[in-house]
Design a protein around this ligand. Structure first.
Ligand SMILES: [Zn+2]
Length: 218
C-alpha cells in the first residue's frame, strides 16, 4: 500500500516533459508502481494531446515540425544505456524505468560502503548539478539528522523507514527541501533500498555531520 506520492505539480511537470532526467526518473519509477499517479500522468498527457490536436496545422512552423520529427528519430536515452538487467532479484525490486541504469543488476553494481550504516552506488546520469544514487540502508540504521539546501527526492524500493513519525515503504515517494530537517530510521528487518535524487548538497545538522558530510556531497 503506497501512502506517499509526488505532489501534483511534480506529476504535471513530469507528464509535460519538463523535469530534468534524474527527477523524471524518480517520478516515472514511482508512477510505474502507483496506479493513482499513473492515472494523473495519463490524464495530463491526454489533455496535452487534445490541446496539440486543436492547434491549426498552419500555426506550427515547418522548423518546429522538423525538430519534433528529428527528436522522434533519436534513440531513447534509457534504451542506449540498457544492458540486460534480467536477474530476478533485480527485476522483482527495481521498477522498469530504473532498470536501464543498473547494467547487469543490483548485485553487480559498484556498491561503496559508507560507514557501517549503508552502501551507496551513484547512477550515471547526464544532468549537471544532480546526484542520483541507490542507497541500501542496514536494518536499524539511523541516518544523521539533516536538512537540504535544495530538494531531495526519495523513492523506496524495498524495506522501509520511519521519518518524523511517518512510515515509508515500497513505492512511497518523499520530497524534502530546506524546510524539513529529518532523520530517517530503517525500521524493517530487511535492508531498505532507496533511489535518492538530490539537486543540491545535503546539509548535515547533527554531531555526525562533520564526519559524514564528505560522503554526501553532490
Ligand atoms: Zn503515487
Amino acid at each position: 500500500m503506497i501512502n506517499h506520492h509526488p505532489p501534483l505539480e511534480l506529476l504535471f511537470d513530469y507528464a509535460t516533459g519538463s523535469l530534468p532526467e534524474p527527477v523524471a526518473l524518480a517520478v516515472a519509477s514511482h508512477a510505474s508502481m502507483c496506479s493513482d499517479c499513473r492515472k494523473q500522468v495519463d490524464a495530463v498527457e491526454s489533455l496535452g494531446g487534445a490541446l496539440l490536436s486543436s492547434i491549426e496545422p498552419e500555426e506550427v512552423s515547418k522548423d518546429a515540425l522538423r525538430s519534433v520529427m528529428a527528436r522522434l528519430d533519436e534513440p531513447e536515452v534509457g534504451a542506449m544505456r540498457c544492458a540486460a538487467a534480467t536477474n530476478r532479484e533485480t527485476t522483482e525490486v527495481v521498477p522498469e524505468p530504473l532498470l536501464p541504469y543498473l547494467g547487469r543488476g543490483l548485485a553487480h553494481l559498484a556498491w561503496r560502503g559508507v560507514g557501517r550504516k549503508f552502501d551507496e552506488v551513484h547512477l550515471n546520469l547526464a544532468a549537471k548539478g544532480f546526484k542520483a544514487s541507490l542507497m541500501r540502508l542496514k536494518p536499524g540504521a539511523e541516518m544523521p539528522s539533516h536538512t537540504h539546501v535544495g530538494t531531495e527526492y526519495t523513492l523506496v524500493l524495498a524495506g522501509g523507514y520511519k521519518d518524523n513519525g511517518e512510515q515509508y515503504g515500497r513505492g512511497d515517494f518523499a520530497l524534502k527541501d530546506s524546510s524539513h530537517e529529518h532523520r530517517p530510521i530503517v525500521d524493517t528487518d530487511e535492508p531498505c533500498l532507496c533511489l535518492v535524487v538530490l539537486d543540491a548538497p545535503v546539509k548535515l545538522t547533527g554531531a555526525m555531520g562533520r564526519l559524514m558530510n564528505p560522503f554526501l556531497r553532490v
